[in-house]
Design a protein around this ligand. Structure first.
Ligand SMILES: Nc1ncnc2c1ncn2[C@@H]1O[C@H](COP(=O)(O)OP(=O)(O)OP(=O)(O)O)[C@@H](O)[C@H]1O
Ligand SMILES: [Mg+2]
Length: 215
């Protein structure tokens, strides 16, 4: 899914926290959004996700103005899991989309294998470590094969093994599903490992945009 952002503005009170004149998020690529604390990264993701109202401008999703809620999802820095097992969490988006049980179970098993969650499927979400929670949230986000995936600092505070598992999963989704992925990260090395494009935000404005060669 391609995003076209134009004249986007967000105010908190009289303070302008985001002002983006023009930004294209390419389809089927991983775009990293970098910038210091308070730069407006989460605000940008929330506006794209349709979780907050904008104070001006447009975001077009494949040319359309309405956010395609059923085709996109967001993973938060502190993921919110539903009470119950890891399996229940991952299968949830498939259940509400009325995917048949065998297909849903196969999908859950595949994601669990990819993310090293196989032995944890029957563990209750409340008992997971931070890394396990984050991987469960990612598996749940990916289970219905979203066309647009938004990630807010998905690996802040995670160790390098878990971070690598998450990054590998994102690259896999880009290859197999052509998922459009936007990842907010403080970690420039992570952006360089995973992203096709890097957008730098500073004081709510784009201060740099690096397009990297196709990979
Ligand atoms: N609900 C709110 N009310 C008032 N100001 C807000 C609100 N949410 C965010 N802001 C302000 O908007 C600015 C951008 O915040 P945002 O959370 O988007 O930054 P960020 O780049 O995600 O930072 P971080 O790296 O710390 O997560 C900050 O100055 C923040 O204080
Ligand atoms: Mg943030």
């Amino acid at each position: 899914m391609e995003l076209n952002i134009c004249g986007l503005k967000k105010m908190y009170g009289s303070r302008e926290v985001l002002s983006i004149r023009d930004l294209v998020i390419p389809s089927g690529k991983i775009t990293a959004v970098l910038g210091p604390n308070g730069a407006g990264k989460t605000t940008l993701l929330n506006l794209i996700a349709g979780l907050e109202g904008k104070d001006g401008g447009r975001i077009l999703y494949d040319g359309r103005e309405d956010p395609p809620f059923r085709e996109m999802t967001m993973v938060f820095q502190e993921p919110y899991l539903i009470s119950g097992t890891v399996r229940k969490n991952i299968v949830w988006p498939l259940k509400i989309r009325k995917i048949e049980r065998p297909a849903a179970e196969e999908r859950v098993a595949g994601l669990a294998d990819d993310l090293g969650l196989r032995g944890l499927l029957d563990r209750r979400a409340e008992r997971l470590s931070a890394g396990e929670r984050q991987k469960t949230a990612l598996a749940r986000a990916l289970s219905f094969r979203p066309r647009l995936l938004l990630l807010d600092e998905p690996s802040a505070n995670l160790d390098s093994k878990t971070t690598a598992e998450i990054e590998r999963m994102l690259r896999k989704m880009r290859e197999t599903d052509r998922t459009t992925i936007i990842i907010v990260t403080h970690n420039q090395a992570q952006a360089e490992r995973t992203a096709d494009e890097m957008v730098f935000l500073n004081n709510g404005r784009i201060s740099g945009h690096i397009l990297r060669e196709m990979r």
